[in-house]
Design a protein around this ligand. Structure first.
Ligand code: FES
Length: 105
């Protein structure tokens, strides 16, 4: 079974092959925003694939369009709801990082 490690939390999970990355995170208490409910109609589920990007399918036109709206876009940026897990991955959740910074309030 593929393993996925989420950063910055360090949460590591094992999931069935073909599992959706957003669902895998949410099912394991890793918070990723998902304003459109996983329908590729927002950019709130933006994640950065630190390892394992080659195992993912190419981005669809819709995903590319939505990613353009994402903050802090990188060449390894993806929408978690559009990713199917097939191999081990390390995934950075940028929204979690900014949540941590917001803790100072
Ligand atoms: S949850 Fe909206 S695009 Fe993924």
């Amino acid at each position: 079974m593929p393993k996925v490690k989420f950063l910055p939390s360090g949460t590591e999970i094992e999931v069935d092959e073909g599992y959706n990355l957003l669902d895998a995170a949410l099912d394991n208490d890793v918070q990723i925003d998902h304003n459109c409910g996983g329908n590729c109609a927002c950019s709130t589920c933006h994640v950065i694939i630190e390892e394992g990007i080659d195992s993912l399918e190419e981005k669809s036109e819709d995903e590319i369009d939505m990613l353009d709206e994402a903050e802090g876009l990188t060449k390894n940026s993806r929408l978690a709801c559009q990713c199917e897990i097939t191999k081990d991955m390390v995934v950075k959740v940028p929204s979690q990082e900014s949540d941590f910074q917001d803790d100072t309030f």
